[in-house]
Design a protein around this ligand. Structure first.
Ligand code: ATP
Ligand code: MG
Length: 761
């Protein structure tokens, strides 16, 4: 097979570059992922590199699946042996095999966000910490930041300068202790522990760095320090590390991603070969120009310009709606119209949202119009209550120390075990050092008291019977059947008083089919790591691969819900659309406060850097489109129960005005006069909502800046402060860096146009 056939010159160069560090640094749609895929195929077919000795890391499961499919076409079944997947999945595999070298139980469970939140709430309650001042999600975010930077609780403790930070450090410590007691790792631990494995165990480092002849990483602009450390350790022996990325598409700063890592690749590897790709094969020139108009407003970027042979193209359609419902209705109408005119499939359309909460009106509008819609990675399928319950039963059977899983199902279906009882059991467990399961199964009346002891009896019977079932089951489906049967779970769901019983039964059935697909895949396929994961030291009991099944359900973030199999439009977040492409892209919610997100505009952490990250997110959305883009905003939006008037996104003003097609307004106006009228009425005379129609404002203003270094000012949340750094010019892009007097606030960069600042005379 000629692997070079469908590639341009620089792409070929990248494929043929076989040894030593390589950086492919290029814009969206220039074929980076395609080049990476062909490079893997070339190594296997023409350089006889065993597939099992190649590590290829991607950011999403979807991307990994697509790459595996593509490689299956290029090299055949051998592709299954490649170590290919997300960072988390690859780290989890390594830890299952060699985690015992650093004291991990090979049967560790993975805590997802929901499990971690439960654990954190438990800790805050037990330690009597005020959860209003120290909310669980914020504690977890701080802990996650620390882990992404490879910091331990002790590291945090030693730099904690305020009482607040000391509490964070203490909570972090307790959190790690309880994870350890539950034989559990959270998502960040998968990475952190994998790094620890290859740093602390010389044997492991030797083994893995010897094993991987080639290490390849897609979307390298979004790696954090932990991921970098891991990849570097694995590539330390053969030094064949190939990374691919685009600084303009770095959108995971909130997970510790550091765009400097890709920009400094040459510093890490002074002999790195660098290849730039400039031809875009995805989008029309108009789409590229529109995207360029937006991204060129970012300061700290390496300038690059893309070109395409697809000259011209459609203009960017812009629509204003009165509210989210009308916005969704407009999207459905456009899809129906286009589908008829252009003979497109529904799956040719993608709706890309800034936040999950935007999906509701679309679900309703599509349902009403009977157009199938598929939500990808918005509400995780595995986050649904009934699925969580069943997974928790499996977790308890797999890892008897998982107290969080047991806590979840202790009274599900209801068996009269109340909150006080559960709390008491938890206390006994902590004080005795036993697992919750051991307390339930092995403590009798003397310890528990007569009443509790009696109440626990049915649960004990279920746990013991299921344990035997687990030992005898030959597949995950078989075990799940037993769980459903022994707990009367279907009956429990049918008794759901909220009227959702049937939906929930359907979800369970969907879960069963996912499990059966998993079972048959495990029986058919020969995965590269299966030989190693069957560690003779730790014989797997129960159905084979139960651990792998639990792992895939914990790490699967993008499970698709609804409309399975049939042709459907997809709705997903901008974040999860990274790397993908669609003929037609809709970006609803182009509003100040949504894109750019309110956190970047007005939040505690707001500032120019955050605004630039939002702009990159907008750029990622625009560059997903092959043929057409539809942007829209609502002048009023209800999010999280609050209805507010909104203003069009400042990013709309950054699009070259001649590329915007506003005829959508006329169309909406003609078909629904009232919505057109309300759009204008509710926006009233506010000039900002008109700004979308005005010629684009000049991005760099010549206005003098409002604030100068040394000036004192005041912010309603952070209090008083002094300007320590300021942008040279005023206007929309003006920013200031302020040292606030209060210790908690510290130093912040703020956008003058959006931060509610006041001068202090
Ligand atoms: P992103 O930055 O969004 O991840 P990318 O640089 O990874 O984009 P790809 O997804 O690899 O780009 O490629 C974009 C599209 O262009 C794909 O459909 C791909 O098949 C196609 N493509 C890439 N290179 C060529 C080529 N030389 N000839 C024809 N089509 C190509
Ligand atoms: Mg790509």
């Amino acid at each position: 097979m000629d692997l070079l056939a469908g590639l341009n010159e620089p792409q070929r160069e990248a494929v043929l570059h076989v040894s030593g560090p390589l950086l492919i640094f290029a814009g969206a749609g220039s074929g980076k992922t395609r080049t990476l895929t062909h490079r893997v195929a070339n190594l296997i077919l023409h350089h006889r590199v065993p597939a099992g000795r190649i590590l290829a890391v991607t950011f999403t499961n979807k991307a990994a699946r697509e790459m595996r499919e593509r490689l299956n076409q290029l090299v055949g079944a051998e592709a299954n042996r490649i170590w290919m997947g997300t960072f988390h999945a690859m780290c989890a595999q390594m830890l299952r095999i060699h985690g015992h070298l650093i004291g991990l139980d090979p049967r560790f469970v993975i805590f997802d966000t929901d499990d971690s939140t439960r654990l954190m709430k438990e800790i805050l309650r037990d330690a009597d910490i005020d959860s209003d001042r120290y909310p669980a999600p914020r504690m977890l975010a701080r802990i996650s930041d620390a882990k992404n930077n490879l910091q331990s609780p002790d590291d945090l403790q030693s730099v904690a300068g305020s009482p607040y930070h000391r509490v964070v450090a203490r909570v972090f410590k307790m959190y790690q202790e309880r994870l350890k007691a539950a034989h559990a790792l959270d998502f960040d631990d998968l990475l952190g522990e994998a790094v620890r494995l290859v740093t602390e165990s010389e044997w492991a480092r030797e083994h893995w760095s010897e094993r991987f002849l080639h290490v390849m990483i897609d979307e390298f602009q979004d790696v954090n320090q932990a991921q970098l450390a891991w990849a570097k350790a694995l590539a330390s022996k053969h030094r064949n590390i190939c990374v691919v990325g685009d600084d303009d598409q770095s959108i995971y700063k909130w997970r510790g991603a550091d765009v400097k890592i890709i920009l400094d690749f040459e510093k890490q590897y002074s002999d790195a070969h660098i290849i730039r790709l400039e031809q875009n094969y995805r989008s029309t020139q108009n789409i590229l120009d529109a995207a360029h108009g937006v991204i060129s407003n970012n300061f700290g970027r390496k300038a690059k310009r893309l070109w395409t042979q697809t000259q011209g193209g459609e203009r960017i359609v812009l629509n204003g709606a009165a509210n989210a419902q009308e916005e969704a209705a407009w999207v459905v109408r456009q899809i129906e119209l286009l589908q008829r005119e252009q003979h497109l499939k529904l799956s040719d359309f993608a709706i890309l949202c800034r936040v999950n909460a935007q999906s509701r009106p679309f679900e309703e509008a599509f349902m009403r119009a009977r157009v199938p819609l598929k939500l990808v990675g918005t509400q995780r399928f595995y986050d649904r209550k009934e699925i969580k319950d069943l997974v928790s039963y499996l977790k308890v059977l797999y890892n008897p120390n998982d107290n969080i899983a047991l806590g979840r199902i202790i009274n599900v279906p209801a068996r009269g075990i109340g909150a006080t009882t559960i709390e008491k059991l938890g206390m006994i467990a902590r004080e005795s050092g036993l697992s919750l399961r051991d307390v339930i199964l092995n403590c009798g009346q003397e310890v528990l008291g007569r009443a509790i002891n009696m109440k626990l009896e049915p649960l004990r019977r279920i746990l013991i019977t299921l344990q035997t079932d687990a030992e005898n089951a030959r597949s995950v489906v078989e075990l799940l059947d037993k769980v459903l049967d022994r707990t009367n779970y279907y009956e429990f769901l049918r008794g759901d008083r909220t009227g959702n019983g049937n939906d929930r039964v359907a979800n369970v059935e969907e879960f069963m089919s996912a499990a059966s697909v998993f079972d048959s895949r495990m029986q058919d396929e020969d995965f590269g790591f299966s030989d190693e994961s069957r560690d003779p030291e730790s014989p797997m009991e129960g159905p084979p691969y139960l651990g792998l099944f639990l792992e895939s359900s914990a790490l699967e973030s993008g499970t698709e819900s609804g409309a399975t199999g049939e042709d459907a439009t997809v709705l997903m977040t901008l974040h999860s659309a990274k790397g993908l492409e669609f003929p037609i892209v809709f970006m609803p919610g182009m509003e100040q406060g949504l894109l750019p997100h309110s956190r970047a505009l007005w939040g505690e952490q707001s500032g120019p850097d955050e605004l630039e990250e939002e702009r990159r997110l907008c750029y990622v959305g625009l560059t997903r489109a092959q043929q057409r883009i539809y942007l829209s905003y609502a002048t009023q939006r209800t999010l999280h129960g609050r209805t507010e008037s909104t203003q069009p996104s400042q990013f709309i003003d950054e699009l070259p005005p001649q590329l915007i097609d506003r005829s959508g307004f006329a169309r909406v106006g003609a078909s629904s006069v009232s919505s057109y009228a309300t759009t204008w009425e509710s926006s009233g005379s506010s000039s900002s909502s008109r700004s979308a129609f005005a010629p684009a404002a000049a991005p760099r203003s010549s206005e003098p800046p409002r604030y100068r270094v040394g000036e004192r000012l005041k912010h309603p949340t952070f209090g008083e402060g002094v300007v320590v750094n300021a942008s040279p010019s005023g206007g929309a892009g003006e920013w200031v860096e302020v040292a606030f007097l209060s210790q908690d606030a510290g130093k912040k960069k703020l956008a003058v146009a959006f931060a509610p600042l006041e001068k202090v005379e």
